[in-house]
Design a protein around this ligand. Structure first.
Ligand SMILES: [Zn+2]
Ligand SMILES: [Zn+2]
Length: 252
């Protein structure tokens, strides 16, 4: 039996420290520790931020394919206004050797290693590529990625590599690109997660996903048919309803 691949969306709500002993440094970081979807408009429009820095934090040996990073960049350019440009910084870290990871443990690792925080009109995004698996993996269902906070996502790169490029498995670049675009679209506020819906297309049974079949934000992308779609050789696209929502919230 084929494994179902889940790209789990986790709504991680950071409980900020609000005492008056907070330092300047903590104030700076607080803008990047908000609820998932809270920075949707900041990603999409150039009202508050006209450039974007993406920090790739990966365990040594678990850097994704450059083509997948390029595919993520082109997706951002197609959907958002960032006239000041998109730039990448990278950091390799040692294995925390703590698999399976809870989302709190992932967030704690981000606290330890993230160096890029919003500054002036530059928005920042942190993507961690971890060497272990999610504690949400269950039987044949494995989690490939999770969007959490407002500018943070994690890719379970070891799990992704174990489920791609084998016989009957999707192409790795295709799968990486799909997971990266799907999770980032949650940070863009889809579906009904900080970006309001122009008309109802939320899959109520499956959280903040799209009820249009074959849409990048369809729950089916999470529930196994990502295999079929990804092995078809194309990364799923956003459907017109998701695209209209992004546009109405300041995107392209
Ligand atoms: Zn999702
Ligand atoms: Zn959609």
């Amino acid at each position: 039996m084929k494994k179902a691949l889940y790209l789990l969306l986790s709504l991680y709500i950071f409980i900020g420290c609000s005492n008056d002993s907070s330092t300047n440094d903590e104030d700076i970081k607080r803008a990047n520790r908000q609820t998932t979807g809270a920075s949707a408009n900041d990603f999409l429009s150039d009202d508050n931020f006209n450039s974007l820095t993406i920090e790739l934090i990966y365990v040594t040996g678990y850097r994704p394919n450059q083509s997948s990073i390029d595919n993520l960049e082109s997706f951002i350019q197609e959907r958002t206004y960032k006239p000041g440009g998109i730039n990448f910084v990278e950091r390799a870290i040692a294995s925390p050797a703590n698999s399976p990871y809870t989302i709190q443990e992932i967030a704690d690792l981000e606290n330890d290693y993230r160096e890029e925080y919003n500054m002036g009109d530059n928005l920042t995004l942190s993507i961690m590529f971890i060497d272990g698996k999610s504690d949400q993996d269950e039987g044949n269902s494995v989690v490939l990625g999770t969007a959490y906070r407002n500018t943070s996502m994690v890719i379970y790169q070891n799990t992704l590599e174990q489920n791609s490029n084998g016989v009957g498995e999707p192409d790795r670049v295709m799968l990486e690109s799909t997971v990266l675009r799907h999770e980032l679209s949650h940070l863009f506020g889809l579906v009904d997660l900080g970006t309001p819906m122009l008309q109802d297309h939320k899959d109520e049974a499956n959280g903040h996903h799209c009820d249009v079949q074959d849409c990048l934000m369809n729950y089916q992308v999470e529930a196994g048919s990502v295999f079929d779609m990804a092995s078809g050789g194309t990364i799923p696209s956003l459907d017109p309803l998701c695209l209209a929502d992004l546009k109405a919230n300041g995107g392209k």
